[in-house]
Design a protein around this ligand. Structure first.
Ligand SMILES: O=C(O)c1cccc(C(=O)CC[C@H]2O[C@@H](n3cnc4c(=O)[nH]cnc43)[C@H](O)[C@@H]2O)c1
Ligand SMILES: [Zn+2]
Length: 355
């Protein structure tokens, strides 16, 4: 658990950390490989001494310090290289679910990039069985419900788009837990409109569109994601704050932003937390959800991201509970499931605030 310095919460708000720790939550923007804990990464690195990823958890902290977004992707892919067998995939997935459950995450939509694993030699059927096996075990043992988002690593081009949409729509391969389709990786030099045919096929197969956009590029990338990719939510959308018309459009159409504050600082997309546009989003009426993106890589976790949001938005317990509601409302859960988690959030908050 990061110390208070990373959130800036004063002692007077120490209780908010305790409130957040017990608050039932949902997470919508969190990456599979990016969530590998230092223990898992160290264990996998030890299995593969040829890797440049340190096996010493201490050294890993320095290794996960990025000079810019491109450097983050380079480090991210070195961890992808450690995931070499379906058993590695299952172990990683189950441990990520355990970490989510420890933070009272009742539901998470985990972004997975199957192309990056299958192109590295993992059998596609073995990959799907591994994530599904871990998902069912985690639900049974931790009570945490996982669903999958398959994303295209955009910089890998249209070959990766074709492979990703094939794996996502072939009924012989498509995992039961798959609900959405995304687009990740660098945005610079990777225009969104080229991916329209692939998103059209994914949407036609019943998947929901949730591309990253406006993380390291301007608001035009967010407009492209909405116009060409049928985006129902936007990953990050950080630069939306530069375009008042876009903010109004997001607010009027209740298009949620998957905000990941510490991620934006770690990848240098935003200079300081104080400069993060999350406050502008809320003031414009945009539906803001709080997420951790790649928590161990960014030295954070979901609870810490809620604490960061509390500080930047000057939230009390009810404000934090509303953020938790937002994530449930923006999720692709069915109505009854949403109602159950929202009722749990309200019961927890009422009990916490009772005199
Ligand atoms: O797998 C490959 O062979 C490959 C080749 C070229 C480029 C890529 C990627 O760009 C993979 C990027 C990878 O990063 C994931 N990710 C995690 N966090 C973020 C984020 O905040 N913004 C964008 N991408 C992110 C993403 O899901 C991709 O899988 C791969
Ligand atoms: Zn992301």
């Amino acid at each position: 658990m990061p110390d208070q310095i990373t959130t800036g919460l004063t002692d007077a708000h120490r209780d908010l950390h305790a409130f957040i720790a017990g608050l039932p939550k949902a997470e919508l923007h969190v990456h599979h490989v990016g969530s590998a804990s230092p223990r898992i990464v160290s264990e996998l690195a030890a299995r593969h001494p040829d890797s440049r990823v340190p096996s010493d958890p201490e050294a890993l902290v320095d290794y996960f310090t990025f000079t810019d977004f491109a450097h983050f992707i380079e480090v991210y892919l070195s961890v992808v290289d450690l995931i070499r067998t379906p058993e590695d995939v299952r172990l990683l997935t189950y441990e990520v679910a355990r970490d989510l459950a420890r933070q009272q995450v009742r539901y998470a939509e985990l972004t997975i990039t199957p192309f990056s694993s299958t192109r590295r030699g993992i059998d596609e059927r073995g990959f799907m069985e591994a994530i599904e096996d871990a998902r069912k075990a985690a639900e049974a043992e931790f009570g945490t419900v996982l669903r999958w988002c398959f994303d295209i690593p955009g910089e890998a081009g249209l070959e990766s788009a074709e492979e990703t949409v094939r794996l996502a729509t072939d009924d012989r391969l498509r995992p039961e837990g798959l609900v959405s389709f995304g687009l990740g990786g660098p945005e610079i030099g990777v225009p969104r409109p080229q991916f329209k045919p692939y998103f059209d096929r994914a949407i036609a197969a019943g998947l929901r569109s949730v591309p990253h956009a406006g993380e390291t590029t301007g608001p035009e990338t967010v407009w492209d994601a909405l116009t060409h990719l049928g985006a129902e939510r936007i990953g990050h959308g950080t630069s939306s704050a530069q375009d008042p018309k876009l903010l109004a459009h997001l607010a009027e159409n209740r298009i949620p932003l998957e905000v990941c504050p510490t991620s934006n600082i770690a990848t240098r997309a935003v200079r300081t937390l104080e400069e993060h546009p999350i406050k502008e989003f809320v003031e414009a009426g945009v539906l803001v959800t709080i997420n951790s993106d790649d928590p161990p890589m960014f030295g954070t976790d979901l609870n810490n991201e809620y604490a960061v949001a509390a500080r930047l938005l000057r939230l009390d317990e009810r404000g934090l509970a509303q953020l938790a509601h937002n994530a449930v409302d923006a999720s692709f859960l069915d109505g009854p499931a949403k109602a159950r988690i929202k009722e749990e959030i309200d019961t927890y908050t009422t009990t916490w605030l009772a005199p």
